[in-house]
Design a binder for this molecule. Structure first.
Ligand code: HXC
Ligand code: NAP
Length: 273
């Protein structure tokens, strides 16, 4: 169920927007009339997302770019802005993850997650800045509960997403004077996504255990997160900036920790390289 807020002709860019939660956000904006640009690494994901978003009848642009490549991110924005003009809403959500204890993690394993989640977010925001509508743009970073709550098997993502949170707050200070708002959404266990499958619920028993840990006793949906993004980006969110907002069924960012750590224990050393 989606809230209805008109985004007709607004340009919305979703980096990492071709699958999962971020695609759900792109889809919600497309349904509300926005011109939507999605970008990610894999051509097949970009093509599939563009086809699905186009089915709503609006204008869609798809670009292939890896957030670790600063110049490629810049080129993606140039393409998007040439097509649809200045950016009204930017979502930055590209991420990678795996379960692994720090003592078993290679330097490159730590680095790859930091490079995608944190350095990639900086690349996206830095390259977007010149193209953001001033005043009026809304930037939303997609973070994760492990940025706030320490979780075993998540040294890389915890460190990276904590950096994303603080980047959000610092840029809210620096860019607020230009009328740009920055916020971060921290999803909980969102059903049907890669992160959920990979980190929390590999078996039906794990799934049941994970659900029991959520105060509201259900998993989140793509619409749950997308509705928050629509609200934050809209005039109704006009005085909200620098905020880290959980969308996790309660539990003060803790609703995924028991299930994620149980999955990490179950995988044990089989997940190390
Ligand atoms: C230990 C691992 C590993 C694993 C990779 N590595 N997987 N180490 N256990 N399971 C190590 C590799 O050995 C290598 O180090 C280094 O990480 C880089 O691996 P590559 O496969 O070469 O990297 P790459 O192809 O760039 O892929 C990046 C990735 C991959 C992060 C490893 O999983 C990916 O692309 N993921 C994107 C999709 C994704 O993960 N979505 C879920 C996001 S969920 P060495 O030393 O061998 O070179 C999320 C939070 C959810 O973000 C929160 C839920 C609560
Ligand atoms: P997902 O489907 O794997 O989404 C990740 C997206 O990022 C994909 O579009 C992927 O497409 C893209 N991507 C990955 N690496 C990239 C790179 N180097 N450059 C450009 N794009 C890249 O995962 P998800 O579970 O929906 O997670 C989406 C976001 O929500 C992430 O930020 C994650 O940390 C956060 N989150 C998820 C959950 C959950 O329950 N799933 C909980 C908390 C937080 P390509 O493969 O084509 O690049």
């Amino acid at each position: 169920m989606q809230i209805g807020i008109d985004f007709t002709d607004r340009h919305v860019v979703v980096f990492g927007g071709t699958t999962g939660i971020n695609f759900g956000i792109a889809d919600a904006f497309a349904r509300q009339g926005a011109r939507v640009t999605v970008a990610s690494r894999k051509r097949e994901n970009v093509d599939a997302a563009v086809a699905a978003l186009g089915a709503h009848g609006g204008q869609v642009c798809g670009v292939v770019a890896d957030v670790r490549d600063f110049d490629a991110v810049g080129a993606a924005f140039a393409t998007a802005v040439e097509k649809f003009g200045p950016i009204d809403v930017l979502i930055s959500g590209a991420a990678g993850n795996f379960l692994c204890e720090a003592k078993d993690m290679s330097s490159n394993g730590f680095k790859v997650v930091v490079d995608i989640d944190l350095v990639g977010t900086f690349h996206v925001l830095r390259q977007a800045h010149a193209h953001l509508r001033k005043p009026g743009a809304s930037v939303i970073n997609i973070t994760a509960p492990q940025s706030f709550v320490p979780m075993r098997y998540q040294a890389h993502a915890s460190a990276a997403k904590a950096g994303v949170d603080q980047l959000t707050r610092v840029l809210a200070l620096e860019w607020g004077v230009d009328g740009i708002r920055l916020n971060a959404i921290s999803p909980g266990p969102i059903d049907g996504t890669e992160g959920f499958r990979k980190l929390m619920a590999p078996t039906p028993q794990d799934r049941e255990f994970a659900r029991d840990q959520v105060p509201l006793q259900r998993f989140g949906t793509l619409d749950d997160v997308a509705n928050l993004a629509l609200f934050l980006a809209s005039p109704y969110g006009a005085y909200i900036s620098g905020a880290l907002i959980p969308c996790d069924g309660g539990g003060a960012f803790e609703s995924v920790k028991p299930a994620l750590e149980a999955a990490g224990r179950a995988q044990g050393s089989s997940n190390t390289r």
